[in-house]
Ligand binder design. Structure first.
Ligand SMILES: [Cu+2]
Length: 358
């Protein structure tokens, strides 16, 4: 970023100075002159002697400052807006209907309008009007029935990503089932075999359909939870990079949701990448302890502050919130998180509150 800023700076100075009719001066000389016009005045070589004599030498400095102020104002505006209100919230917990011991869920796939950031509303394909689709949270060993209702203009199907299901429940058109045509429905039913942070998504024309929002979290609580994995806050973070841009839980900064906890609490984060690119998620101020990959416990927990989340992967981490404050939390592929207009896309914050401070 600093290189780029310096380049922009040098370019704008060059443009300005050309207008001031000193184009003969080389770019490096201009840059260093601009950096310290006053101090170099006494020792400048003869060839440059006339350059500083052009009228209004203070003007370029003022212009640069104004440009810096304008850029800073855009950055500040975004941060002041965070967390910005938008219509719609994804990943809402879906309560099942109980039918003779079976947890029954209905997922209706249809086209909706989705506000990704304040004022930016896009066409989305969503389950139950949400991006990500509603969160399904069950227990290892539960009997689950999922009815898919297709109100889209294309065929579709649901794949339960990470669950080790019988073959005929795998949800891949022309491998394990026919495609579910527009206006039709399909019923999946299975006993949940393995615990962990999993996902469900379309497995038909998926680069388009998942990119447009046909995805959701499928969390399976273990029969016996490990005491070491106990957490005060359990937060699912679905990453995507399809038609809606770079998003966390269907929203781009400043409409992303901050994760809030109290100092001393433990936060469990469940990263899931439904996109087509890797996203190294970086937390400021505290480290993450990785406890599971794709729902499977790690042989031993390990620590990091930047965790690469590849497409299809789920990573579970614990954060011991020792350090109070508002901490930036973002994808570290910087063009996924920031431009000269300010932060956008895959940026949120971990807010660690001090006791007694709201
Ligand atoms: Cu990224």
């Amino acid at each position: 970023v600093s290189d780029r800023t310096a380049l922009t700076e040098a370019t704008s100075r060059r443009t300005f100075l050309r207008k001031g009719a000193v184009a003969a001066v080389s770019l490096p000389a201009v840059a260093s002159l601009a950096a310290c016009t006053e101090t170099r005045a006494a020792s400048k070589p003869d060839s440059l002697a006339k350059a500083p004599a052009t009228p209004a030498p203070a003007a370029p400095v003022l212009t640069a400052r104004q440009k810096a102020d304008a850029m800073d104002a855009m950055h500040e505006k975004g941060l002041k807006a965070f967390p910005a209100k938008t219509a719609g919230k994804g990943n809402q917990l879906l309560a099942p209907r109980l039918e003779q011991g079976v947890k029954v869920y209905e997922l209706t796939a249809e086209e909706i309008q989705w506000e990704v950031e304040p004022g930016r509303t896009v066409k989305a394909w969503a389950y139950n009007g949400q991006v990500p689709g509603p969160q399904i949270r069950v227990r290892e060993g539960d009997r689950v029935r999922v009815k898919l209702i297709n109100k889209l203009s294309q065929s579709t199907a649901i794949h339960f990503h990470g669950l080790e299901l019988p073959n005929d429940q795998d949800g891949v058109p022309f491998i394990t089932q026919p495609p579910v045509k527009p206006g039709e429905s399909w019923i999946y039913e299975f006993t949940v075999p393995n615990a962990g942070s999993h996902m469900y998504h379309s497995h038909h024309n998926a680069a388009i359909q998942v990119g447009a929002g046909l995805l959701g979290a499928f969390i399976v609580e273990p029969k016996r939870a490990r005491p070491a994995h106990r957490a005060d806050v359990d937060y699912v973070m679905v990453l995507n990079d399809g038609a809606h841009g770079y998003t966390l839980n269907g929203k781009g900064f400043p409409a992303t949701e901050p994760i809030v906890c109290n100092q001393g609490q433990t936060v469990r984060l469940r990263f899931m990448n439904e996109g087509m690119m890797i996203h190294p998620m970086h937390l400021h101020g505290m480290h993450m302890t990785v406890i599971a990959k794709d729902g499977w416990d790690q042989p031993a927990p390990w620590k990091c502050d930047t965790l690469n989340i590849a497409p299809g992967e789920r990573w579970d981490v614990l954060v011991k919130a020792t350090n109070p404050g508002t901490w930036a939390f973002h994808c570290h592929i910087l063009p996924h998180a920031e431009s000269e207009h300010g932060m956008f896309g895959m940026v949120t914050a971990l807010v660690v509150q001090k006791p007694g401070v709201a």
